[in-house]
Ligand binder design. Sequence first.
Ligand code: GLY
Length: 561
Amino acid sequence: MKKTVLLLFILSVCYQCKKQPASPTGLVTEQAMVVSAREEASRIGSEIMQKGGNAFDAMVATEMALAVAYPFAGNLGGGGFMVYRKENGEIGGLDYREKAPLSAHKDMYLDSLGNVVPKMSTVGATAVGVPGTVAGVMEVHEKYGSLPLKDILQPVIKLAKRGVIVTEKQAKRLDSYKERFIEVNGDSTKFALGFKMGDTIKYPELANTLESILENGKDGFYKGEVAQKLATFIQDRGGFVTEEDLAKYEAKWRQPIVFNYKDLKVISMSPPSSGGVTINQILKMMEPYNVSSYGHNSLKTVQLFTEASRRAYADRNYFLGDPDFVDIPLDVLLSDSYLTKRMADFSFEKATLSSAVSHGMVDIVESRETTHYSIVDADGNAISATTTLNGGYGSKLYSEELGFFLNNEMDDFSAKPGVPNMFGLIGAEANSIAPEKRMLSSMTPTIVEKDGKLYMVVGTPGGSTIITAVVQTILNVYEFNLSMQDAVNAPRFHHQWLPDMVTFEEEGFSVDLKSQLESKGYKILEGRTPIIGKVDAIRVLSNGKLEGGADKRGDDTAIGF
Ligand code: GLY
């Protein structure tokens, strides 16, 4: 009898241990936090909240500060997506994705023989889509902001004038891109100078552009002098964006994708981002399995995740595009019966070949150089936002007069269905080019609730790997009980249907694991592999405090109070 009681006690303690969420290992704050790719941007966002601003004010400040401090992906010349959850549970999504110019057409990147013209959609003015970021932040401020725009933009303008200190990682990046900057902009460009760690880069021209936005709001960018200079600059270099394109640009509010995974509620971005739909499919395909029992990054976890991703990416590439232009059968693609059927041929014994998957029987390669930031304010309002120029420094085209880089987002369309883009993603008709259409994205700003309360804010750069990095981070916390910081730092792997290859980050996966996978028919990308995502996230602890997860792969920093 005594023994039975003791056993029951031990079992109950073990059960409690398992249920205890991991202790935090990242920065913990009492009330509010911003996690972004640069300390300067996180600080400005956090200070805005300390001055009484809400998470939406902080979003405007952080997004603009990233354009100054992190021009690799932060931008005025690009676009992005934002998902929010207010403290009262109200949710929404904002699409400030770039769009194709009015003169765009399906075959604009093909030569007379119908072949894709190399570099035309990736480098220089011809690659530029109509930027959406300024419209996005102005829309957020108008609808949900609480502080005057002056209070939000002044610190950013000051930062642009004072300058930003070059970090070691940034110095390496600037150096590795230098020749490409010169190729596109000539050798008189600011970025031909070469910068080393500890140098300060000042952006007085960008400060002027921000002043114009401060004075005239959205019109300070999309109309008048800035718009005229921008359109002339792009067109003089052979690009397509006109003053009319700029004047017509509008950010769009969209209903996010919302689904349950076990006892979580996941809120993520809807098309024209593929992020929400694809993480919905992956997690729902994994849901019937006892994932936590397989172990973190174990053979079974890698297999299950890979097979769910293979099937989800095949659907992504075939069915998804701008919902204002294509009908996406979301009710079917996200239904339990469809996803169960999709996994019916999965077995732990043997890899499924991607050639055998294709897209589902329903009657549908990106850059890794995006950036993400997560925000929670003192009232519990949460913002998850991902923004990009597409490639690192976008098209590399830099307006010396206006002080910012222009995107190369036109490459996220499928220039020719069936031909991979710069990230190896093979697109279909749904994502073909049309005037004013938005190109498909993988950006996956996501917010997770547990028991009806805010649980996590998460997102990452990484092109096509964004989706897998976001799902793995959620699983790391929820299934494998890692702290937010450990979940973000943990090694990641990726599969995107085509090419039929599992990519592992260099550190953290054993030779034995890889050979077991190979023996089951998985193809593994050999040689040097890139990092997979650079996740910035926030977890709400059971005592209401916030834990930041600032990815160790970059200069990412959590700041709060
Ligand atoms: N350009 C990367 C993405 O939109 O997913």
